[in-house]
Design a protein around this ligand. Structure first.
Ligand SMILES: [Zn+2]
Length: 357
């Protein structure tokens, strides 16, 4: 072939295989299962120079956000998402945001949706978490637990439902929408099957501070709350705090919480000087009003749960009867009596009955 023909052949190859790759996103070496998705998986919301809040777009199920902090030693990311695919997508998409390599991952706590991407990182990345988070992941408690059962155990059922709805859909636009959702969920299921829970490589008791290139990054355990070992990532100079699930935009999951202690821990959070909160779920927000709102919610959850407990109402019924509507002003999602998932009420019973330490 002449040089011109080779060039044309090259264009043909690029066009043919380029479109194949765009359609199926063929995996390069090291790409984990569960990464068949339409890019991008994340929106990087810029908070300040070198600081971003990465929020999932929905094209890949990532479940939690990541806070992204650049330093002169590389990037620190808070949380690794729900699957190795989620963590992989974040690391790939980060390349368009910063030329610096990912060096540190903080697990805000051990829950599956914040730690199940840990396995993709090599020895050049330190994974930092509380001693409690490490113990829980080593003991298999990121998988063998109520929240995992509830949120991941339900995925095959959701897929079956979607398959049924796709088969029944008569409107082509609606069928396309459902088929898209189905593809996202099938990919998610594949990603969850590939999870190998991987614990932090560096643990802390109460405090660990990184000083890199003019940034001070404090990783703090402020007391038990959402779990027995939540850490926050606090930047005092920038007045930013990444809170994991200790404080989220809406109502945080309380099925493994230490409810009364959580209220006190939030008081210690409030004592820090910060302006911007990067939560583990929901959008970034400013100010401390949401700390007050969530403390009020937790007080009501505890008081109402205890009332039912002390009246001898069985645990299963109590979750259907608990009345949290007084909190609907701050949380409009509370519309009816009862709590879904019921785990928060079950947890209060366990705490009151001394079944958890
Ligand atoms: Zn959590």
């Amino acid at each position: 072939m002449t040089r011109a023909r080779w060039a044309l052949f090259g264009i043909f190859l690029a066009a043919t295989f380029g479109s194949l790759i765009a359609g199926t996103r063929q995996a390069p070496a090291g790409r984990p299962p569960g990464t068949t998705y339409k890019s991008p998986a994340f929106t990087f919301n810029k908070i300040q120079d070198g600081i971003y809040h990465a929020v999932g777009t929905g094209s890949l199920v990532v479940m939690s956000n990541a806070a992204v902090i650049e330093t002169d030693r590389g990037v620190l990311v808070v949380d690794s998402h729900v699957t190795p695919g989620g963590a992989w997508a974040l690391r790939e998409e980060l390349k368009a945001v910063t030329p610096r390599p990912l060096r540190y991952v903080v697990n805000s706590h051990h829950h599956f949706d914040h730690s199940h991407g840990n396995q993709i990182y090599g020895p050049d990345v330190e994974i930092i978490g509380s001693e409690f988070a490490r113990e829980m992941i080593v003991a298999g408690k990121s998988v063998d637990a109520r929240p995992y059962e509830w949120f991941v155990g339900g995925v095959p059922g959701q897929i079956a439902q979607l398959e049924k709805r796709v088969a029944e859909a008569t409107d082509p636009a609606e069928r396309d929408r459902l088929q898209n959702q189905l593809a996202v969920q099938r990919n998610h299921l594949e990603g969850t099957k590939a999870v190998k829970p991987t614990p932090p490589t560096v643990t802390l008791g109460n405090r660990l501070t990184l000083h890199h290139g003019g940034r001070e990054i404090r990783i703090l355990f402020l007391g038990r709350g959402h779990t027995g070992g939540d850490v926050i990532v606090y930047l005092p100079k920038e007045r930013i705090v990444a809170t994991g699930d200790l404080l989220v935009e809406n109502i945080s999951y309380s099925g493994e919480a230490y409810v009364p202690e959580w209220i006190d821990t939030l008081e210690r959070l409030k004592a820090l000087d910060f302006e911007t909160v990067l939560p583990g779920h929901g959008n970034a927000f400013k100010g401390k009003a949401k700390v007050d709102h969530f403390q009020a919610y937790l007080r009501t959850l505890w008081t109402e749960g205890k009332k039912l407990h002390d009246a001898g109402v069985p645990m299963e019924d109590a979750a259907k009867q608990i009345d949290l509507r007084s909190q609907a002003t701050n949380y409009p999602s509370i519309r009816t009596v009862g709590l879904t998932p019921p785990h928060g009420v079950w947890r209060i019973y366990e705490l009151l009955d001394g079944k958890v330490k």
